[in-house]
Each structure stands twice: as C-alpha cells, then as structure tokens.
Design a protein around this ligand. Structure first.
Ligand code: SAM
Length: 278
C-alpha cells in the first residue's frame, strides 16, 4: 500500500512542476513581447535587426544617391528616435531618406505622406515594405501670405478650437489624410514635404499648422517632437514662428529646426491665450 501511494505523489509533483514551467514560459514570453521586464523594471530592447533595417543597409550600401538632409541634420531626429523608438513617427514626404527613417524606428510605426502618386510608385517599387499614403493638399505656395493674414478670421483655425480631421472651414487643416493619421498620437513628426519651391506647389503651410494642432491636442504623456526642414525659406520660417513657436524651438542645425510642442489637451480653452499659438 505504501509503495502504491508514492507513485501518485511523484506524479503529482511532476505535473505541478510541468504546469509551473509552462505558466512561467507563457508569462515570460508575454512580457518579452511587450518589451517590458517586471522583474528588472526596465524596457527590454530586442536588439535583433528587423527586415526593414537589413533592407536599408543593402539599399544604402549599393546606392550612390544619399538623403538630402546633412549628417548633422539627420542626427537631430536620430538622437530623439534612439530615446523613443519604438514609437509613432509621421513623415511628410517620400525620398531617398525614407528607408533610413523606417530603419531608425524598428518595431515602431513609421508612416509616410506623399503628394505625388508617381513618386510613391517609384519609391515603393524598391521598398514595398514602407508604409506610405498619397495625400492631396488644398493650398498652393502662392497663397501663403493670404493664409497667414486670413486664418485669424476663421474660428476653427484658432488655437482654442483648432482640430484637423474634418475641419474643412480652415484651409490650413489637412482634411484628406487616411484615418490612421488621425487615430494615432505621433511622437515625432518630420516635415520635409510637400514641395514648396514654386508658386503652384502645395507649400508646407498646412503641414506645419496641422502638426502644431496634432501636437497641442495630444492626450498621452510627453511632448511631440516636430522637425522642419528647409527653414532657410521664407514660408517655412514664417509659418513655423506663427504655429510651432520660437519658445518651443529646442535645436537649430543647418536648415533643420526641432521643436518640442507640449500638449494643451488638459488646458482650459479660456486659458489658451487669445488668437496666438505661441
Ligand atoms: C524636399 S523633397 C524630400 C526629399 C527627401 N528628404 C530626400 O532626402 O530625398 C520633397 C518632395 O519632393 C519630391 N521629390 C523628391 N525627390 C524626388 C525625385 N527624385 N523625383 C520626383 N519627386 C521627388 C517628393 O514629392 C517629395 O515629397
């Protein structure tokens, strides 16, 4: 009888042990997936290269064309991505830099908005893994001065009431973007498009206003990092000073400005100063 009782007891221990092992491995793999180790209280970074990163290495190693931003300019957003990635990164414009931006944000979301459908096809032909949408703009560069003068007469363009999605009254609001852009909160926004170097080009007025409004309406913690390229041009400078604000400018390198825009989501609209974004 004694002998008979020992076997079930052993079996019971083995079963409990196995169950513990299985439960333990499920818990560990769950926390690994969420990049968070509760025992260490730190983010566990998966250092394996992603397919996008490997594709980017192959691409730049075999290409004679390099991105337009200089090394020092690129380093400004690179440094922020090193701290925040994986994160949500919205990039205005597709170009020779697109694979690089995507590779700097492994396991994050990097979304490109491009005005020229033919250029989208050209870029995606060799990099179909990039996440890009074609967007249309309602402005032209030649309207920049009028837009700057008249936006104050449109209540939904003003800081206390400003919103992007569906704000057709305000010509500076980008109302034709895919839902994904409105549904996500963007940690970084890079404005290096649309084209702004001839009168009929869309200009960056609406991209700048919309980035400012998305940043101010952010519900989550932290600031929104907005990078604006080509600030040697009059329109970029003027709209940045009006909507992204000198007081939020944290870095200026070459032709690139970096702003850190705080959220105004919890600030009462009566407190938001009059008609000024700054
Ligand atoms: C200032 S460029 C952006 C360039 C990008 N930062 C780069 O390093 O390549 C802005 C816009 O120019 C257009 N563009 C840039 N390169 C182009 C090309 N090679 N052919 C056609 N359009 C181009 C695209 O519409 C793009 O969104």
């Amino acid at each position: 009888m004694k002998y008979r009782n020992v076997i079930p007891e052993k079996l019971w221990f083995i079963l409990v042990g196995l169950a513990g092992l299985i439960a333990g491995s499920i818990i560990i793999s769950t926390f690994n997936r969420s990049n968070y180790n509760p025992l260490l209280c730190t983010r566990v970074v998966d250092s394996n290269p992603t397919t996008n990163q490997l594709n980017a290495i192959l691409h730049y190693a075999t290409s004679k064309i390099t991105p337009q931003q200089s090394n020092q300019e690129i380093r400004v957003s690179f440094d922020v991505l090193q701290l925040l990635s994986p994160c949500n990164f919205l990039v205005f414009g597709l170009g020779f830099d697109s694979q690089m931006w995507s590779a700097f944000n492994p396991r994050g979301t990097t979304l490109f908005l491009e005005e020229d459908p033919k250029w989208v096809q050209t870029v995606l032909k060799d990099a179909s893994f990039l996440h890009a949408h074609t967007v249309t703009y309602r402005t032209q560069l030649q309207e920049a001065d009028d837009l700057m003068k008249s936006y104050r007469n449109v209540p939904s363009c003003l800081p206390a009431n400003a919103y992007v999605n569906g704000n057709t009254e305000c010509k500076l609001a980008l109302t034709n973007l895919p839902d994904e852009v409105y549904d996500k909160e963007w940690d970084l926004i890079m404005i290096d498009a649309p084209k702004g170097y001839f009168a009929e080009a869309p200009g960056r007025m609406a991209a700048i206003w919309s980035a400012a409004v998305m940043a101010r309406n952010r519900k989550g913690p932290g600031v929104t990092h907005v990078f604006l390229h080509d600030v040697d041009r009059k329109v970029e400078k003027m709209f940045a000073m009006e909507f992204l604000c000198k007081k939020y400018l944290v870095k200026a390198v070459g032709r690139l400005w970096h702003f850190e825009i705080p959220s105004m989501a919890n600030v009462s609209s009566s407190v938001i100063s009059g008609n000024s974004f700054c």
